[in-house]
Design a protein around this ligand. Structure first.
Ligand SMILES: [Zn+2]
Length: 162
């Protein structure tokens, strides 16, 4: 039951548009408000993320690859020999909606301006928190990369690779 946010009385639906409902308070007809209510059979309830639909072939392979492993989307593309980022991304999104796959950690990608890329594994535990962007480290890598370019072939001998 959805109660009136103004006075706490029971409410009735008086207008429906897909999952959007307009509700009115039973005590005071001036108390009206909008809700989003997903009901059985609506578009939202039948999206690909629902538990009842079987896993697709790409999702099944991801589950097999992630069993006991920690892989990024790029790693999955490599081991599954596909160039389609969206196939992997869509499959991962559906698996995450079903609480079959979680983010267990992050790795830094990109040599100069680094960003954190999620590492996936099987499980329904909450995702690992995303590390904060460290702007000092980004600046340090940028300067080191620039200095290495200036030094040309000597750079590997004189500087640690960023
Ligand atoms: Zn009310």
């Amino acid at each position: 039951m959805i109660l009136c946010p103004f006075c706490g009385s029971p409410t009735r639906v008086y207008d429906v548009r897909q999952e959007h409902r307009k509700r009115r308070c039973e005590k005071n007809t001036e108390h009206t408000f909008n809700t989003v209510e997903v009901v059985a059979g609506s578009r939202a309830a039948n999206s690909r993320g629902t538990k009842s639909a079987p896993l697709g072939p790409v999702q099944q392979e991801i589950v097999a690859r992630l069993d006991g492993a920690l892989l990024s989307a790029v790693d999955l593309m490599a081991v599954m020999e596909t160039n389609s980022k969206s196939r992997i991304g869509d499959a991962l999104r559906g698996l995450r909606q079903r609480k079959l796959v979680r983010i267990a950690g992050y790795q830094m990608v990109g040599r100069t301006v680094g960003r954190w890329s999620p590492l996936y594994t099987l499980g329904s535990a909450p995702d690992a928190p995303e590390p904060r962007r460290d702007s000092a480290a980004i600046n340090r890598r940028y300067r080191a990369n620039k200095a290495a370019k200036k030094l040309g072939p000597w750079s590997g001998l004189l500087l640690e690779k960023p």
